[in-house]
Design a protein around this ligand. Sequence first.
Ligand code: ZN
Ligand code: FE
Length: 256
Amino acid sequence: MSRMEVAQFRCRSDNFGLLLHDPASGLTAAIDTPDGEVIWRELQSRNWQLSHIFNTHHHYDHVPGNEMLKERTGCTIVGAKIDAHRIPGIDLQLTDGEQYLFGNQAITMIETPGHTMGSVCYFVQEDRFLFTGDTLFSMGCGRLMEGSAQTMWHSLQKIMALPEDTKIYCGHEYTLTNAEFALEIEPGNKALQARANKVRELRRARQDTLPVSLSSEKATNPFLRPDSAEIQKYFNLQGASKTEIFAAIRTHKNQF
Ligand code: ZN
Ligand code: FE
């Protein structure tokens, strides 16, 4: 099996630009296009030819470089079928569970509505990279701009069912403030304390806190932890349904 490379760099203020490169086939995909010019420069500096764009959702900070990059490179734009009307330049529409052969690895689209109704994640099967866009952040999750808490919780459970060693790449560097929120509602979580310390160190050194493993997220991300007795107690929701607890965490985060 051939290993793929991921290049991660900053775009706009806190968006991540992400390039997935397959050395065997020479294919290169951009995951979203937060800044076309920055992505273009990254491609040039690595001598990579853009062949694809995989969009996670339609928001203004995820698609603005689509048309410019397509014009310059003739790349194929892949996105969610239900969002075809709002993904600029979309060529290929996929639905939940559909696989796309990228080089010799399958990339599976996973529909994860909640942040928007058309939000999707892309799972690179063999390398176990997961591109989550604004659905899952490290120690956080996207705001419910279109979906309900129930819809989002269902989507997060799909992510939680992936292999533990899945490496998560997301759309924004929000980890430090997410860690502060997580510590407020679950201060006794040892894994969370350790990750928060590590994140502070990384950010002080101006380094990225992503990618992160799914197992680390399950141990530290409050949005994946409605089972936590400490979180349930914080909200006075002992024994409530996971959806209710998730909704309480999400509402509280909006005011944090
Ligand atoms: Zn968004
Ligand atoms: Fe975003």
